[in-house]
Design a protein around this ligand. Structure first.
Ligand code: MD3
Ligand code: FE
Length: 220
């Protein structure tokens, strides 16, 4: 697969908005993380030195195709006992790496732009996709407070995001998320079913054959 020259650029020009409402409570901020991408990726690299990428096991015994790690006061973990947020990385036995200032600032600014002033994430789940990696439809319900939004940041290869309704059976909308796109999921969208279609192969200038997604949460 190849990229059109302008494929990855956010809308630009005199009055083109970069903020589009997607659904009730959900806003896409196209390309707003592009200027900081290099810093964010250097911070991801440092995090994975202390808390390496791993493929978690679902409570049903399946190995996830997404590789994950976390930073912040708590990290999302899955194993035979279930899903939960844990202040300790089970792989290292140590607390997760601190949330970098670059992460915190982007999440807070994006949330405020989408109408969620005062969002203070305490957890960031970091997902890594290779060609073929997918994430099946699910809800994010392991956080304590559903009034806080989730902020997602897409980096690297573009993905087709599946955005469903309140029931698993609701047919999902497909949304292309490219490098630097940030989405804020609050209000009624906070508990919508969602997932990611198998990643198409490609070659991204910064990340090669990878997509990395950051999701900022208020877990506790
Ligand atoms: C809509 N990650 O980590 S980000 C996840 O691209 C997750 O890695 C996907 O779903 C990814 O849980 C999707 C967009 C996203 C994240 C959380 C949501 C959309 C959401 C929570 C509620 C509704
Ligand atoms: Fe999710």
């Amino acid at each position: 697969m190849t990229f059109d020259l302008f494929d990855d650029l956010p809308p630009s020009g005199p009055d083109l908005p970069t903020t589009e409402p997607l659904a009730d409570g959900a806003m896409v901020l196209r390309g707003i993380a592009r200027p900081e991408a290099g810093v964010l990726l250097a911070d991801v690299q440092a995090i994975t030195t202390a808390a390496p990428w791993r493929h978690m096991i679902t409570p049903g015994g399946l190995k996830m195709s997404v590789a994950m790690t976390n930073c912040g006061d708590a990290g999302w973990v899955s194993d035979a006992r279930g899903y939960r947020y844990d202040p300790i990385d089970p792989l290292s036995g140590k607390p997760w790496p601190e949330m970098p200032a670059s992460f915190r600032q982007l999440a807070t600014t994006a949330a405020a732009q989408a109408g969620f002033a005062g969002f203070e994430p305490d957890a960031c789940l970091i997902n890594r996709y290779e060609p073929g990696t997918r994430l099946s439809l699910h809800q994010d319900r392991d956080e304590r407070d559903f009034d806080a939004p989730i902020v997602s940041v897409s980096l690297g290869l573009p993905a087709i995001f599946l955005f469903g309704g309140m029931r698993r059976a609701d047919r999902p909308q497909r949304l292309r998320l490219a490098h630097g796109d940030v989405v804020v999921w609050g209000g009624p969208s906070r508990l919508a079913y969602h997932g990611v279609a198998p990643l198409a192969d490609g070659d991204h200038p910064l990340l090669g054959r990878l997509r990395i997604n950051l999701t900022f949460r208020k877990a506790r």
